[in-house]
Design a protein around this ligand. Structure first.
Ligand code: ADE
Ligand code: ZN
Length: 351
Protein backbone atom coordinates (compact mmCIF):
# COMPACT_ATOMS: atom_id res chain seq x y z
CA UNK A 1 0.00 0.00 0.00
CA UNK A 2 1.20 3.53 -0.70
CA UNK A 3 1.77 5.90 2.18
CA UNK A 4 -0.85 8.66 1.97
CA UNK A 5 0.60 12.13 1.52
CA UNK A 6 -0.64 15.03 3.61
CA UNK A 7 -0.38 18.78 3.25
CA UNK A 8 -1.70 21.66 5.27
CA UNK A 9 -3.25 24.21 2.96
CA UNK A 10 -3.74 27.86 3.82
CA UNK A 11 -7.37 28.95 3.69
CA UNK A 12 -8.41 31.04 0.73
CA UNK A 13 -11.31 33.45 0.30
CA UNK A 14 -14.60 31.77 -0.58
CA UNK A 15 -14.86 33.73 -3.82
CA UNK A 16 -11.52 32.28 -5.06
CA UNK A 17 -12.39 28.68 -4.17
CA UNK A 18 -14.24 27.82 -7.42
CA UNK A 19 -11.19 28.87 -9.47
CA UNK A 20 -8.95 26.66 -7.34
CA UNK A 21 -11.35 23.73 -7.68
CA UNK A 22 -11.34 24.13 -11.44
CA UNK A 23 -7.58 24.59 -11.73
CA UNK A 24 -6.43 21.70 -9.56
CA UNK A 25 -5.48 18.47 -11.35
CA UNK A 26 -7.72 15.57 -10.39
CA UNK A 27 -8.63 11.98 -11.23
CA UNK A 28 -12.13 10.82 -12.07
CA UNK A 29 -12.79 7.30 -10.78
CA UNK A 30 -16.55 6.99 -11.29
CA UNK A 31 -17.93 7.90 -14.71
CA UNK A 32 -20.23 5.65 -16.75
CA UNK A 33 -19.28 6.51 -20.29
CA UNK A 34 -22.86 5.82 -21.43
CA UNK A 35 -23.92 8.40 -18.84
CA UNK A 36 -21.90 11.06 -20.66
CA UNK A 37 -24.16 10.81 -23.72
CA UNK A 38 -25.64 14.31 -24.02
CA UNK A 39 -29.18 14.67 -25.46
CA UNK A 40 -27.76 16.45 -28.54
CA UNK A 41 -25.50 13.49 -29.28
CA UNK A 42 -28.35 11.02 -28.64
CA UNK A 43 -30.38 12.82 -31.30
CA UNK A 44 -27.46 13.06 -33.73
CA UNK A 45 -26.65 9.34 -33.38
CA UNK A 46 -30.34 8.37 -33.63
CA UNK A 47 -30.50 10.21 -36.94
CA UNK A 48 -27.14 8.85 -38.19
CA UNK A 49 -28.19 5.28 -37.38
CA UNK A 50 -31.89 5.49 -38.22
CA UNK A 51 -32.90 4.59 -34.66
CA UNK A 52 -36.31 5.79 -33.45
CA UNK A 53 -36.43 7.40 -30.00
CA UNK A 54 -39.66 8.22 -28.20
CA UNK A 55 -38.91 11.95 -27.78
CA UNK A 56 -39.74 14.73 -30.23
CA UNK A 57 -36.78 16.97 -29.44
CA UNK A 58 -33.67 17.49 -27.34
CA UNK A 59 -35.74 19.67 -25.01
CA UNK A 60 -38.37 16.95 -24.70
CA UNK A 61 -35.73 14.41 -23.77
CA UNK A 62 -34.07 16.72 -21.26
CA UNK A 63 -37.47 17.38 -19.69
CA UNK A 64 -37.76 13.66 -18.97
CA UNK A 65 -34.68 13.86 -16.70
CA UNK A 66 -36.75 14.27 -13.53
CA UNK A 67 -35.74 11.25 -11.52
CA UNK A 68 -37.09 10.09 -8.18
CA UNK A 69 -34.68 7.20 -7.55
CA UNK A 70 -32.02 5.08 -9.26
CA UNK A 71 -34.46 2.93 -11.26
CA UNK A 72 -36.32 5.88 -12.80
CA UNK A 73 -32.95 7.10 -14.07
CA UNK A 74 -31.75 3.69 -15.32
CA UNK A 75 -34.87 3.24 -17.47
CA UNK A 76 -34.03 6.41 -19.42
CA UNK A 77 -30.27 5.78 -19.39
CA UNK A 78 -30.66 2.38 -21.11
CA UNK A 79 -33.08 3.90 -23.65
CA UNK A 80 -30.50 6.63 -24.42
CA UNK A 81 -27.76 4.04 -25.01
CA UNK A 82 -29.88 2.33 -27.69
CA UNK A 83 -28.59 4.79 -30.33
CA UNK A 84 -25.04 3.37 -30.04
CA UNK A 85 -24.43 0.88 -32.83
CA UNK A 86 -21.11 1.47 -34.61
CA UNK A 87 -17.50 1.74 -33.54
CA UNK A 88 -17.52 5.45 -34.42
CA UNK A 89 -20.54 6.00 -32.12
CA UNK A 90 -18.64 4.64 -29.13
CA UNK A 91 -15.61 6.71 -30.12
CA UNK A 92 -17.63 9.92 -30.49
CA UNK A 93 -19.31 9.42 -27.11
CA UNK A 94 -16.03 8.77 -25.29
CA UNK A 95 -14.18 11.54 -27.10
CA UNK A 96 -16.82 14.13 -26.17
CA UNK A 97 -16.42 13.12 -22.51
CA UNK A 98 -12.63 13.12 -22.67
CA UNK A 99 -12.55 16.65 -24.10
CA UNK A 100 -14.77 17.83 -21.25
CA UNK A 101 -12.60 15.97 -18.74
CA UNK A 102 -9.47 17.68 -20.10
CA UNK A 103 -11.21 21.07 -19.80
CA UNK A 104 -11.91 20.27 -16.13
CA UNK A 105 -8.23 19.41 -15.48
CA UNK A 106 -8.99 15.71 -15.10
CA UNK A 107 -5.57 14.18 -15.79
CA UNK A 108 -6.54 10.57 -15.11
CA UNK A 109 -9.89 8.90 -15.69
CA UNK A 110 -11.03 5.31 -15.14
CA UNK A 111 -14.19 4.99 -17.23
CA UNK A 112 -16.92 2.42 -16.66
CA UNK A 113 -18.68 0.85 -19.61
CA UNK A 114 -21.65 -1.53 -19.66
CA UNK A 115 -21.08 -4.04 -22.50
CA UNK A 116 -24.26 -6.01 -21.75
CA UNK A 117 -26.33 -2.93 -22.61
CA UNK A 118 -24.91 -3.20 -26.11
CA UNK A 119 -24.30 -6.91 -26.71
CA UNK A 120 -27.91 -7.73 -25.78
CA UNK A 121 -28.97 -5.43 -28.66
CA UNK A 122 -26.74 -7.33 -31.08
CA UNK A 123 -23.74 -4.98 -31.01
CA UNK A 124 -20.48 -6.97 -31.07
CA UNK A 125 -18.15 -6.76 -28.07
CA UNK A 126 -15.36 -5.86 -30.52
CA UNK A 127 -17.30 -2.81 -31.76
CA UNK A 128 -17.66 -1.47 -28.21
CA UNK A 129 -14.05 -2.20 -27.31
CA UNK A 130 -12.59 -0.74 -30.50
CA UNK A 131 -14.41 2.57 -30.25
CA UNK A 132 -13.78 3.14 -26.55
CA UNK A 133 -10.16 2.01 -26.71
CA UNK A 134 -9.35 4.24 -29.69
CA UNK A 135 -10.71 7.24 -27.79
CA UNK A 136 -8.51 6.36 -24.79
CA UNK A 137 -5.40 6.14 -26.99
CA UNK A 138 -6.18 9.47 -28.64
CA UNK A 139 -6.88 11.12 -25.26
CA UNK A 140 -3.36 10.39 -24.09
CA UNK A 141 -1.78 11.66 -27.31
CA UNK A 142 -3.97 14.68 -28.00
CA UNK A 143 -5.39 15.79 -24.64
CA UNK A 144 -2.78 14.60 -22.13
CA UNK A 145 -5.51 12.67 -20.30
CA UNK A 146 -4.55 9.23 -19.04
CA UNK A 147 -7.73 7.18 -19.70
CA UNK A 148 -8.46 3.55 -18.85
CA UNK A 149 -11.57 1.37 -18.98
CA UNK A 150 -13.39 -0.69 -16.33
CA UNK A 151 -15.96 -3.24 -17.54
CA UNK A 152 -19.13 -3.27 -15.42
CA UNK A 153 -21.48 -6.21 -15.04
CA UNK A 154 -25.18 -5.32 -14.82
CA UNK A 155 -26.41 -6.59 -11.48
CA UNK A 156 -30.08 -6.89 -12.54
CA UNK A 157 -28.93 -9.67 -14.92
CA UNK A 158 -27.72 -13.10 -13.79
CA UNK A 159 -24.23 -14.14 -12.76
CA UNK A 160 -24.32 -16.58 -15.66
CA UNK A 161 -24.80 -13.64 -18.02
CA UNK A 162 -21.86 -11.88 -16.34
CA UNK A 163 -19.68 -14.96 -16.92
CA UNK A 164 -20.69 -15.03 -20.60
CA UNK A 165 -19.83 -11.33 -20.89
CA UNK A 166 -16.43 -11.93 -19.30
CA UNK A 167 -15.74 -14.69 -21.83
CA UNK A 168 -16.61 -12.35 -24.72
CA UNK A 169 -14.38 -9.63 -23.26
CA UNK A 170 -11.31 -11.74 -22.54
CA UNK A 171 -9.90 -11.51 -26.09
CA UNK A 172 -9.64 -7.75 -25.30
CA UNK A 173 -8.27 -8.12 -21.79
CA UNK A 174 -5.41 -5.70 -22.40
CA UNK A 175 -7.98 -2.94 -23.07
CA UNK A 176 -9.61 -2.82 -19.60
CA UNK A 177 -7.94 -2.68 -16.22
CA UNK A 178 -10.75 -3.87 -14.00
CA UNK A 179 -14.33 -4.95 -13.53
CA UNK A 180 -17.20 -3.35 -11.63
CA UNK A 181 -20.82 -3.91 -10.73
CA UNK A 182 -23.60 -1.43 -11.51
CA UNK A 183 -27.32 -1.00 -12.35
CA UNK A 184 -30.27 -1.65 -9.98
CA UNK A 185 -28.83 -2.09 -6.51
CA UNK A 186 -31.74 -2.96 -4.22
CA UNK A 187 -32.54 -6.68 -4.38
CA UNK A 188 -29.25 -7.47 -6.15
CA UNK A 189 -26.63 -7.75 -3.39
CA UNK A 190 -22.94 -8.08 -4.26
CA UNK A 191 -22.81 -11.76 -3.20
CA UNK A 192 -24.96 -12.61 -6.25
CA UNK A 193 -21.70 -12.12 -8.22
CA UNK A 194 -19.27 -13.86 -5.85
CA UNK A 195 -18.02 -16.45 -8.37
CA UNK A 196 -17.52 -14.15 -11.31
CA UNK A 197 -15.63 -11.65 -9.16
CA UNK A 198 -13.46 -14.47 -7.78
CA UNK A 199 -12.64 -15.44 -11.37
CA UNK A 200 -11.82 -11.84 -12.30
CA UNK A 201 -9.56 -11.64 -9.26
CA UNK A 202 -7.71 -14.76 -10.40
CA UNK A 203 -7.32 -13.15 -13.81
CA UNK A 204 -5.62 -10.15 -12.20
CA UNK A 205 -8.26 -7.49 -12.81
CA UNK A 206 -8.83 -4.62 -10.42
CA UNK A 207 -12.20 -4.97 -8.67
CA UNK A 208 -14.75 -2.30 -7.78
CA UNK A 209 -18.50 -2.36 -7.11
CA UNK A 210 -21.37 0.05 -6.60
CA UNK A 211 -22.58 -0.43 -3.04
CA UNK A 212 -24.37 1.73 -0.52
CA UNK A 213 -25.78 4.13 -3.12
CA UNK A 214 -29.39 3.29 -2.22
CA UNK A 215 -28.60 -0.10 -0.69
CA UNK A 216 -27.81 -0.77 2.97
CA UNK A 217 -24.39 -0.86 4.66
CA UNK A 218 -24.64 -4.69 4.50
CA UNK A 219 -24.06 -4.40 0.72
CA UNK A 220 -20.84 -2.46 1.35
CA UNK A 221 -19.68 -5.15 3.78
CA UNK A 222 -20.33 -7.90 1.23
CA UNK A 223 -18.67 -5.94 -1.58
CA UNK A 224 -15.58 -5.81 0.64
CA UNK A 225 -15.67 -9.26 2.21
CA UNK A 226 -17.28 -11.41 -0.50
CA UNK A 227 -16.28 -9.66 -3.74
CA UNK A 228 -13.02 -8.32 -2.24
CA UNK A 229 -13.25 -5.03 -4.09
CA UNK A 230 -10.53 -2.41 -3.85
CA UNK A 231 -12.89 0.58 -4.09
CA UNK A 232 -16.55 1.19 -3.27
CA UNK A 233 -18.56 3.19 -5.79
CA UNK A 234 -20.84 5.64 -3.93
CA UNK A 235 -20.84 4.07 -0.44
CA UNK A 236 -22.64 7.07 1.04
CA UNK A 237 -24.93 4.84 3.14
CA UNK A 238 -21.83 3.75 5.10
CA UNK A 239 -22.27 6.60 7.58
CA UNK A 240 -25.20 4.61 9.03
CA UNK A 241 -22.78 1.95 10.34
CA UNK A 242 -19.98 3.05 12.68
CA UNK A 243 -18.11 -0.26 12.42
CA UNK A 244 -18.15 -0.02 8.64
CA UNK A 245 -16.83 3.55 8.74
CA UNK A 246 -13.96 2.32 10.89
CA UNK A 247 -13.20 -0.54 8.49
CA UNK A 248 -13.23 1.75 5.43
CA UNK A 249 -10.94 4.25 7.15
CA UNK A 250 -8.53 1.63 8.50
CA UNK A 251 -8.17 -0.20 5.20
CA UNK A 252 -8.08 3.06 3.24
CA UNK A 253 -10.80 1.84 0.89
CA UNK A 254 -11.60 4.69 -1.50
CA UNK A 255 -15.23 5.76 -1.88
CA UNK A 256 -16.09 7.24 -5.28
CA UNK A 257 -18.76 9.71 -4.20
CA UNK A 258 -20.96 11.45 -6.80
CA UNK A 259 -22.73 14.42 -5.18
CA UNK A 260 -24.84 15.69 -8.11
CA UNK A 261 -25.92 12.12 -8.86
CA UNK A 262 -27.01 11.68 -5.24
CA UNK A 263 -28.96 14.92 -5.48
CA UNK A 264 -30.69 14.05 -8.78
CA UNK A 265 -31.56 10.52 -7.61
CA UNK A 266 -32.94 11.85 -4.31
CA UNK A 267 -30.41 10.07 -2.11
CA UNK A 268 -30.11 13.40 -0.27
CA UNK A 269 -32.88 16.02 -0.26
CA UNK A 270 -30.42 18.83 -1.05
CA UNK A 271 -26.68 19.21 -1.56
CA UNK A 272 -26.30 21.02 1.75
CA UNK A 273 -27.26 17.77 3.48
CA UNK A 274 -24.77 15.63 1.57
CA UNK A 275 -22.49 13.61 3.87
CA UNK A 276 -19.21 14.16 2.00
CA UNK A 277 -17.81 16.18 4.90
CA UNK A 278 -18.77 13.42 7.37
CA UNK A 279 -16.94 10.87 5.21
CA UNK A 280 -13.81 13.04 5.13
CA UNK A 281 -14.07 13.78 8.86
CA UNK A 282 -14.25 10.02 9.43
CA UNK A 283 -10.85 9.70 7.76
CA UNK A 284 -12.19 7.92 4.66
CA UNK A 285 -10.51 8.19 1.27
CA UNK A 286 -13.53 9.92 -0.26
CA UNK A 287 -13.38 11.31 -3.80
CA UNK A 288 -15.68 13.45 -5.97
CA UNK A 289 -16.92 12.14 -9.32
CA UNK A 290 -19.62 12.80 -11.91
CA UNK A 291 -21.25 9.33 -12.37
CA UNK A 292 -23.55 10.16 -15.34
CA UNK A 293 -22.82 13.82 -16.06
CA UNK A 294 -25.13 14.21 -19.06
CA UNK A 295 -28.09 13.19 -16.88
CA UNK A 296 -27.20 14.74 -13.54
CA UNK A 297 -26.35 18.31 -14.49
CA UNK A 298 -22.60 18.46 -14.39
CA UNK A 299 -19.13 17.15 -15.05
CA UNK A 300 -16.31 17.07 -12.52
CA UNK A 301 -15.83 20.77 -11.86
CA UNK A 302 -19.57 21.33 -11.53
CA UNK A 303 -19.67 18.57 -8.91
CA UNK A 304 -16.83 20.22 -7.00
CA UNK A 305 -18.06 23.81 -7.18
CA UNK A 306 -21.71 23.09 -6.37
CA UNK A 307 -20.87 20.76 -3.51
CA UNK A 308 -18.36 23.16 -1.96
CA UNK A 309 -20.80 26.06 -2.25
CA UNK A 310 -23.58 24.04 -0.61
CA UNK A 311 -21.56 22.44 2.20
CA UNK A 312 -18.91 25.04 3.02
CA UNK A 313 -15.95 22.76 2.38
CA UNK A 314 -12.58 24.55 2.26
CA UNK A 315 -9.32 24.65 0.29
CA UNK A 316 -7.95 21.99 2.66
CA UNK A 317 -10.81 19.67 1.67
CA UNK A 318 -10.15 20.46 -1.99
CA UNK A 319 -6.54 19.34 -1.67
CA UNK A 320 -7.60 16.22 0.24
CA UNK A 321 -10.22 15.23 -2.32
CA UNK A 322 -7.83 15.64 -5.24
CA UNK A 323 -5.05 13.77 -3.38
CA UNK A 324 -7.56 11.02 -2.53
CA UNK A 325 -8.48 10.72 -6.20
CA UNK A 326 -4.86 9.98 -7.07
CA UNK A 327 -4.36 7.66 -4.10
CA UNK A 328 -7.53 5.77 -5.07
CA UNK A 329 -6.63 5.44 -8.74
CA UNK A 330 -5.17 2.28 -10.23
CA UNK A 331 -1.79 3.77 -11.17
CA UNK A 332 1.48 2.65 -9.61
CA UNK A 333 3.04 4.33 -6.58
CA UNK A 334 5.48 6.44 -8.63
CA UNK A 335 2.68 7.79 -10.80
CA UNK A 336 0.62 8.60 -7.68
CA UNK A 337 3.54 10.59 -6.28
CA UNK A 338 3.97 12.42 -9.58
CA UNK A 339 0.28 13.33 -9.65
CA UNK A 340 0.36 14.63 -6.08
CA UNK A 341 3.46 16.69 -7.00
CA UNK A 342 1.41 18.25 -9.81
CA UNK A 343 -1.40 18.90 -7.35
CA UNK A 344 1.02 20.62 -4.95
CA UNK A 345 2.43 22.77 -7.77
CA UNK A 346 -1.10 23.86 -8.72
CA UNK A 347 -1.80 24.86 -5.11
CA UNK A 348 1.55 26.71 -4.89
CA UNK A 349 0.81 28.58 -8.10
CA UNK A 350 -2.59 29.57 -6.75
CA UNK A 351 -1.36 30.94 -3.41
N1 ADE B 1 -25.33 2.88 -14.01
C1 ADE B 1 -25.12 4.15 -14.41
N2 ADE B 1 -25.19 4.97 -13.37
C2 ADE B 1 -25.42 4.22 -12.27
C3 ADE B 1 -25.57 4.49 -10.90
N3 ADE B 1 -25.51 5.73 -10.40
N4 ADE B 1 -25.83 3.46 -10.07
C4 ADE B 1 -25.91 2.23 -10.54
N5 ADE B 1 -25.76 1.92 -11.81
C5 ADE B 1 -25.51 2.91 -12.68
ZN1 ZN C 1 -22.28 4.89 -10.95
Amino acid sequence: MTIPQQRTVRDIAADRLPALLRAMPKAELHIHIEGSLEPELIFALAQRNGVAIPYASVEDLRAAYAFTNLQTFLDIYYAGASVLLKEQDFYDMAWAYLERAAADNVVRTEMFFDPQTHTERGVAMQTVMDGLHRACVDAKARLGVDAELILCFLRHLSEEDAFATLEQALPFRDRFIGVGLDSSELGHPPEKFARVFARCRELGFHLVAHAGEEGPPAYVWSALDVLKVERIDHGVQSTKDAALMKRLAQDRIPLTVCPLSNLKLCVFPDLGQHNLRALLDGGLVATVNSDDPAYFGGYMNQNFTETFAATGLTAQHAWQLAANSFEGSFVDAAAKRAYVDRLNSAFDAFA
